[in-house]
Write a protein that binds this ligand. Structure first.
Ligand code: SAM
Length: 261
């Protein structure tokens, strides 16, 4: 079992970490896309298996921290790497009639599932879908009041570019919020978490999906993602102010917040 965290540099020269392997940086996104297109139909089940259902509580925490306005005041969210739509749905349900969301994701297969899930009456008119890479967003400058990315950023090859794009598309006063697996900081819980990650999850993956490989990538990519502080530093470097983070479940996941001011 290995736990090779980077200090905030996901790419090394022309290579990048894909799980515990180094691959050509330009090839990495294609490999990530293969993972998500292969699991899209089972993604929600997979999320529950990987986190023991905790991802639901963590997502509720993210939306509570965002606190979208309850009024009719216009509030535009971009839910980056929005996948099957858990964050968009929660924000639209928590916010008032002025809240609107664009779910943007690089994977057409994930967006297809998201579109089906979010077609419920009431949300329909306030959600739009886009296919796009977080590193080069198909949106103009200063188009959104909030940018969320949940369990998405560790899949991006050049995280610094994604953060620069998040900054660019946010209005002055806009908020960046990221939810991501992070570094567990509680003794004993970290051992249990390692065991769950490396022994249980790949087996569950093999049983439910017929292949352990996508699950292995998801587990390994968590361990190569920067810890809480180095990631906060990257967010500051992108230009965000008042950067802070909160650990969830002892740091198994963390939420990072920053403001464009
Ligand atoms: C683990 S899922 C998270 C989905 C959703 N946000 C959630 O919390 O349930 C990661 C998502 O990131 C997307 N993704 C990976 N690389 C991306 C990129 N460079 N730009 C945009 N989306 C990306 C994948 O297609 C996938 O839908």
């Amino acid at each position: 079992m290995s736990s090779e965290r980077t200090s905030g540099k996901p790419t090394v020269g022309d290579t990048a970490a894909f799980g515990f392997r180094q691959v050509a940086a330009d090839a990495r996104q294609g490999l990530v896309n293969d993972v998500f297109s292969s699991v899209a139909g089972r993604y929600d089940l997979m999320n529950d298996l990987m986190s023991g259902g905790l991802h639901r509580l963590w997502k509720d925490d993210l939306v509570a921290w965002l606190a979208p306005p309850k009024s009719a005041r216009r509030f535009d969210l971009i839910d980056m790497a929005g996948g099957t739509g858990d964050i968009s749905r929660r924000v639209l349900e928590a916010g008032g009639p002025g809240c609107a969301a664009v779910l943007c994701d690089i994977s057409p297969a994930m967006v297809r599932v998201g579109r089906t899930r979010l077609s419920a009456p009431g949300l329909g008119g306030r959600i739009a879908f886009a296919i796009g890479n977080a590193e080069a967003l198909p949106f103009p400058d200063k188009a959104f009041d909030a940018y969320t990315i949940a369990f998405g950023i560790r899949n991006v090859t050049r995280i610094d570019r994604a953060l620069a794009e998040a900054y660019r598309v946010l209005r002055i006063g806009g908020r960046f919020l990221c939810l991501e697996f992070s570094a567990c900081e509680v003794p004993l819980l970290d051992r249990l978490y390692d065991f769950h990650s490396f022994e249980i999850i790949p087996r569950l993956g093999a049983l439910t999906a017929g292949s352990a490989e996508p699950y292995r990538y998801l587990v390994e990519s968590i361990r190569t993602f920067p810890r809480q502080e180095p990631f906060a530093h990257m967010i500051r470097t992108a230009g965000f102010a008042r950067v802070s983070y909160r650990n969830l479940t002892g740091g198994i996941a963390a939420m990072h917040s920053g403001w464009r001011i």
